[in-house]
Design a protein around this ligand. Structure first.
Ligand SMILES: C[C@H](N)C(=O)N[C@@H](CC(=O)O)C(=O)O
Length: 615
């Protein structure tokens, strides 16, 4: 470890800097931007791809969407283990990014309807091919995006020396902005691409382009990351800390069980039963981690609600009117409200709201913020329920026909006037109609129709589904509350987890945090399946009520939590060990310590000088 720290010190001192930041982090930041563009861009149109391309119903589309998201947040554990114990972060990012890019390409190919459209009628003839290919693609994407997730931010953090604490903090803020910048751009762009018509034999909604551009961005992300290769500090794998933690916990439990008889004196904490075999410092660190993990138990419920933006809320938007006058918003584009609000709310919260609360003499601790965040998410679902009731009322009087007998047209986006061509051999005729957002029509084509004559008059139509009348702007309040909740819950939660984690287990807690997201997405499936509520608004109310209950439980747990300073606790343990080990110190170790101290002092001096010059 000493040698590694010395090497890092030398490496960082010799590496190129721009405005006090290592040049290497620019490649990492650009890589993150492109990767998040790729991920969120694909995710934005995913539920509509299931519904309109693969022809799945709302429930199946929602279930598969959440299974995919859950998988994306389960694989970080795998990525962290591979990186820490085997490949190191750099190689893990490279290899898994390749898997990720292949997955994105598979998705893009799966959305080309012409591949199996043998009769050239615009619909794929072998749906199994498209389903299987897209499922394989999604699996590879989940493996890639989840696997690299705990590595990229930590790899960026590794590029800074101990004397660059301020720069490292700025890097993490910029990193979060890049995530949301990439997400914002892609959720604007991919729905536009999806709404285009493309195809070789027949023109259909262009899901292949909507998945193809994210695939290209993932390749760009990989190339950018590789270009920076020579500039990175690549820490060696530290060993499987997660494995050590599990083994130590396992030993504590089995040892406790072996000594269950009353003749053995009880110990203060059940983890103390591991002392017979494991280092006291490791046990203390595990205790810190377990304390935080216990607090995590209610957290998945927040994600259960949060991640329905991409599924239920997007499907809700398809039944709303997206005509904003100058622009027409696609249902999946409504998701951009989230990153837009994140980019505005994070600075407002940090520089206005939190300082103001502090000025009022209130101690708004991280756990209190997270509780408020949960409450806001529940409020968002109450808003979603109100909007749903409004939509249901507006669509109550509609009559549905059996549409299969006739030509059925779903103008999915607003079409002011569309023209259709009927063709038979050399003869053709055209007719035009006006359509509203989300409406559906059946046209009756008389068998006596002679092509070449005026179709406009001969073809009659019936409106099966009226145009959507509830405006998409009504979704803004629910997006506002869920995003304000995200800022208070997610941003604070990440910071809390980092500050309460022991130095060598920050990645373990990061993986634990991401696991709460995965479990949250599985809860969507379970609740939706078990409850099977006939009305969508009642499902929204159910989710809001569940989160409210969980919020109360969490606030009680938070009340009893005592904040700790892991560095101080670790230092105390190290001091104790240091006292015991004094005799064992040999010349070599002293020499190494001396060298490292001199080295660190020198970098501190340079940092101090740098500060003075700036002042
Ligand atoms: C775009 C979201 N607002 C966001 O910031 N997402 C983060 C955190 C997460 O959900 O995992 C990200 O994509 O890393």
């Amino acid at each position: 470890q000493l040698k590694d720290r010395l090497y890092k010190c030398h490496f960082i001192k010799q590496s190129k800097e721009v405005c006090g930041y290592p040049l290497s982090i620019f490649f990492i930041v650009v890589n993150e931007f492109c990767e998040r563009f790729s991920y969120y861009g694909m995710r934005a149109v995913l539920v509509l791809y299931f519904k309109y391309f693969l022809r799945w119903d709302d429930d199946l589309a929602t279930s598969i969407y959440h299974t995919f998201v859950a998988l994306c947040y389960l694989t970080p554990i795998l990525g962290a283990i591979v990186a820490d114990s085997w490949l190191g972060k750099f190689k893990t990012i490279i290899y898994l990014s390749i898997v990720y890019a292949i997955g994105q390409v598979a998705m893009a190919v799966s959305a080309i309807h012409d591949i199996t459209d043998t009769d050239r009628d615009g619909t794929p003839n072998n749906m199994t091919f498209h389903v299987v290919l897209s499922m394989v693609g999604l699996f590879l994407i989940a493996l890639g995006t989840g696997g690299i997730k705990p590595c990229v931010a930590a790899f960026g953090g590794d590029q800074f020396g101990d004397h660059q604490e301020r720069q490292r903090r700025t890097f993490f803020s910029v990193f979060y902005l890049c995530i949301n910048g990439g997400s914002l751009l892609s959720t604007i762009i991919t729905p536009i691409l999806r709404a285009q018509n493309c195809g070789i034999y027949s023109k259909q909604k262009c899901y292949s382009l909507a998945f193809g551009v994210p695939a290209a961005l993932m390749v760009v992300a990989l190339v950018v990351f590789i270009v920076g290769s020579g500039m990175y500090y690549k820490a060696k794998p530290e060993g499987n800390i997660m494995g050590d933690v599990c083994k130590c916990i396992g030993f504590a439990i089995s040892n406790r069980y072996k000594h269950r008889s009353k003749q053995y004196p009880s110990r203060e904490h059940w983890m103390d039963w591991a002392e017979d075999k494991y280092d006291k410092l490791l046990i203390a660190q595990i205790k810190m981690v377990l304390k935080v993990l216990f607090l995590y138990i209610p957290l998945p419920m927040f994600w259960t609600l949060f991640d329905q933006k991409g599924s239920r809320w997007t499907l809700q938007a398809t039944t709303m009117d997206g005509n904003f006058g100058a622009i027409v918003i696609q249902p999946d584009q409504m998701q951009t409200v989230n990153p837009i609000l994140i980019l505005t709310l994070v600075p407002i919260m940090d520089s206005v709201i939190y300082p103001l609360i502090k000025k009022c003499g209130l101690n708004f601790t991280p756990l209190k913020r997270m509780t408020v965040g949960m409450f806001l998410a529940a409020l968002a679902f109450v808003c979603a329920a109100v909007v749903q009731i409004e939509i249901d009322v507006s669509r109550k009087h509609l009559t549905y026909f059996n549409l299969t007998q006739f030509l059925k047209i779903f103008p999915f986006l607003i079409i002011i006037r569309a023209t259709f061509f009927l063709q038979s051999g050399q003869l053709s005729c055209a007719f035009s109609r006006d359509f509203g957002f989300g409406s559906s029509y059946t046209f009756f084509i008389p068998s006596t129709l002679s092509l070449g004559s005026n179709c406009q008059e001969s073809i009659t139509g019936a409106e099966d589904i009226k145009p959507n009348s509830v405006h998409m702007a009504l979704q803004v309040p629910q997006y506002f509350f869920i995003t304000a909740g995200e800022v208070m819950f997610s941003v604070t939660g990440l910071e809390f987890s980092y500050s309460q984690a022991p130095s060598n287990m920050k990645a373990v807690l990061q993986a634990g945090w991401l696991l709460t997201v995965a479990i949250g997405n599985f809860i969507v499936l379970i609740v939706a399946e078990v409850a099977k509520l006939p009305k969508q608004w009642t499902e929204y109310v159910l989710f809001a009520s569940l989160l409210l209950c969980v919020c109360i439980i969490f606030s009680i747990m938070a009340y009893f939590y005592t904040y700790i300073d892991p560095t101080e606790i670790e230092a105390k343990f190290r001091r104790n060990v240091g006292d015991d080990d004094d005799d064992k110190n040999d010349k070599q170790r002293k020499l190494e310590m001396e060298m490292m101290k001199r080295d660190l002092d020198r970098s501190d001096d340079e940092h101090y000088k740098g500060k003075q010059t700036k002042m």
